[in-house]
Design a protein around this ligand. Sequence first.
Ligand code: FES
Ligand code: FE2
Length: 427
Amino acid sequence: MLSVQDNERITRTGPGTPMGEVFRRFWVPALLSSELADADAPPLRFLLLGERLIAFRDSDGRIGLLEEQCPHRHASLYWGRNEDAGLRCVYHGWKFGVDGTCLDMPAEPAGSRMKDGVRAVAYETHEAGGIIWAYLGPKDKIPPFPHFEWTLLPADHSMATKRLQVCNYLQNLEGELDTAHANFLHREFGENPVMPPPEVARKRFLIAETDFGMLSIGRSDLSDEVAYWRITPFHLPSFTLIPSAGETPYVFTGAVPLDDTHMWGFTVTWSPDRPLDEKELAAIRLDGVHGGVGPHVVVDPVTFRTEANLGNDYLIDRDLQRTGSFTGIPGTRVQDMAVQEDQDGPICLRHKEHLGTTDRGIVGARRLLLRLAEQLEQGIEPPQPQHADSYRIHSVAAEVPPAVDPIELWHSLQPVPAGTTTIEPAR
Ligand code: FES
Ligand SMILES: [Fe+2]
């Protein structure tokens, strides 16, 4: 459990909050590139880390990310005209470039220098892997862009989607680090018994700190000869890789706060060495599907609200729940949302919970995040954002002989050397 105070600290990410400062040291996904595809297209307005923002792509294809309110008298730049390499406020015509520079003040006297002294608040952006990323922190602390593998590959090797999820970011992050739930929540049983057999369900758990964050590790002893390891990397500040085996494409999950009770859920499926095939793309596009398939969900193309949601009981099918699926809810992501969006509501009351041995990864992640917040309050910058190359990693789902060391296993399956790893001894 967490104290009421620590739960406040870890869940609040608005400007000036301790955890908000931690998030403001990292690049975070903000938009899909497809939302802002064309030069001079209408601007977008959205929330990120509790800040009201406007994004636009100017005539030269550059992306601007500005505070929503015009610096003049705070009209919304959402109504603005995106024209001739800048965004012009419709109230009195002030015009801003992508870097926040004021380019024009048409109502001021000719020759006025006033525009030289006014800037819109503008944030840094970086476009990679089908996503527009944002950095909302201090300008003198901009870290290198992390080397997520799919951002280094040809565009047809990956696809990104986005959803609005109605809960605090931590409920989604904790769900991803909670490797024990997969055997229950996501169980499809067909003819087999409903509960997973004990050798699959009763795992052992350990964690290890890394240069990018942490590993959450689970082991099931399938027999005397075979141990099954699932290793979930947690990239700071709130990203995870779902373990997938061998040929399966990898899946990135990003939980990015809009505010403290809503998050953008970014999901990227990628294959390191080939384009995604038609079957994989169909499971991402979801044409004609209801709810979701795997980690991708059907959303409204403008609001990104999910088709399956609390208002329609996530399309639960009680007959299917009896006969073929642990939940009766379509798709693993929708199943996750059903349990994550209401843990006391959008912010879980963690002082009332009862954590078990399966919650090791969750405890480790909380401790790491709270430690970074505390250190930053003391003026100690987090080291992880500087380790851009350590973000090029894979998850692991592997059956191996029992004697194999999980950390050696993880390192042996990474595409490039994965830096330092400090394991905590199993309890
Ligand atoms: S409020 Fe934007 S130009 Fe006046
Ligand atoms: Fe899940």
